[in-house]
Ligand binder design. Structure first.
Ligand code: ATP
Length: 272
C-alpha cells in the first residue's frame, strides 16, 4: 500500500485559474519525496488537497489506503502538516501550543506534555516554552511549525517550503533532522524552491509546472534524462551547474530557480 496515492487530480479556483490539470502521483511508504516547481505551479494546491484544505474538482486521493473524501478522519490520523504560512497564535506560550496539538490527536494530557517536551528539546526551543511565538526568530518559528506537525507522531509528514527564509546553517540542521526522521520510517513529502534541498534530501523528485507533473524520478535519473548535453551554454544556463537538477529544471520549465528563489525567465531561443 502506498502512503499517498493521487489519481487524476484536478482543481480550478475559477474559470481562468486551472491550478491542477490532472495529477497522478504515488508515494510509497518510507519515501522522501520532493515536489519542485516555480511559483504558482500548483505545489500548495496538491498539499492542501491531501490534507483536506482544498476541495478538488475531480480525481481521488488516498492516504494509507483511506480515501480522504470518504474517510477523512482515518486518513488525517496519518498526516502531520507544516504549512507554508506561519499559523501559530502569536501570544499563546509555545509549550501550550504544542500540548494543545497533542489533544487534537487524542494524546492524554500527560502524553502531550512529555511529547511536547521531547520535541521542543529536539528543536532547541525548550528554553522558549513559556513565551509566545512573536518572541521567536523567523528560524525558530519554522522549527516550531515542524515540531507541532510531529506532535501526533504522523506516519506521513508534509512540509510546504519548510526552509523558506531560514539561514544556511539552520537549514542544514533541519535537513539532518528530517533525514533522521525519514530513516526511522516517516514518509516525507516536501515542496521546495531550493534545488539543492530536493537534490540532497529526496529519493524522488516530481517537477511540477503549470499544474502538471512534467517529470518524476530520482535526482540522478532526472539528470541523466534531461540534462543539456552537447549544447552551448547561453543565457541563464551559464549560471547553472552542469549536470545538476537545476539544469533539468531549466530544461523542463523554461525557468531557473537559484538559491534564494531568484527567478529568471529563459526564452526558448536562449536554451537551444
Ligand atoms: P508557490 O511556490 O508560489 O507557493 P505553488 O506551486 O504552491 O506556488 P499554488 O499556491 O498551488 O502554487 O497556486 C497554483 C495556482 O492557483 C496559482 O495560479 C495561484 O494563483 C492559484 N491559487 C492558489 N490558491 C488560490 C485561491 N485560494 N484562490 C484562487 N487562486 C488560487
Amino acid at each position: 500500500m502506498n502512503a499517498i496515492e493521487i489519481t487524476g487530480l484536478k482543481k480550478s479556483y475559477s474559470a481562468t485559474v486551472e491550478a491542477l490539470k490532472g495529477i497522478d502521483l504515488s508515494i510509497p511508504q518510507g519515501e522522501f519525496f520532493g515536489l519542485l516547481g516555480p511559483n504558482g505551479a500548483g505545489k500548495t494546491t496538491i498539499i492542501n488537497s491531501i490534507v483536506g484544505l482544498v476541495r478538488p474538482n475531480s480525481g481521488s486521493i488516498k492516504v494509507m489506503g483511506h480515501d480522504i473524501r470518504k474517510e477523512p478522519l482515518a486518513a488525517k490520523r496519518y498526516l502531520g502538516l507544516s504549512p507554508q504560512e506561519i499559523n501559530i497564535h502569536a501570544y499563546f506560550p509555545i509549550g501550550n501550543v504544542m500540548e494543545f496539538q497533542g489533544g487534537f490527536y487524542g494524546l492524554s494530557k500527560k502524553e502531550s506534555k512529555q511529547r511536547a517536551e521531547k520535541l521542543l528539546k529536539d528543536f532547541g526551543l525548550w528554553e522558549k516554552r513559556k513565551v509566545g511565538r512573536f518572541k521567536l526568530s523567523g528560524g525558530m518559528q519554522r522549527r516550531l511549525m515542524i515540531a507541532r506537525a510531529l506532535m501526533g507522531k504522523p506516519k506521513i509528514l508534509i512540509l510546504d517550503e519548510p526552509t523558506a527564509g531560514i539561514d544556511v546553517e539552520l537549514r542544514h540542521e533541519l535537513w539532518e533532522f528530517l533525514k533522521g526522521l525519514n530513516s526511522d520510517g516517516t514518509t516525507i513529502l516536501l515542496t521546495t524552491h531550493y534545488i539543492e534541498e530536493a537534490e540532497l534530501l529526496c529519493e524522488r523528485v516530481g517537477i511540477i509546472h503549470k499544474g502538471k507533473i512534467v517529470a518524476c524520478d530520482s535526482p540522478t535519473k532526472l539528470i541523466e534524462k534531461y540534462r543539456f548535453e552537447n549544447k552551448e551554454r547561453k543565457g541563464v544556463l551559464k549560471f547553472v551547474r552542469p549536470g545538476s537538477l537545476e539544469e533539468v529544471f531549466v530544461n523542463l520549465t523554461g525557468k531557473s530557480l537559484a538559491e534564494g528563489a531568484k527567478e529568471w525567465e529563459v526564452s526558448r531561443d536562449l536554451q537551444l
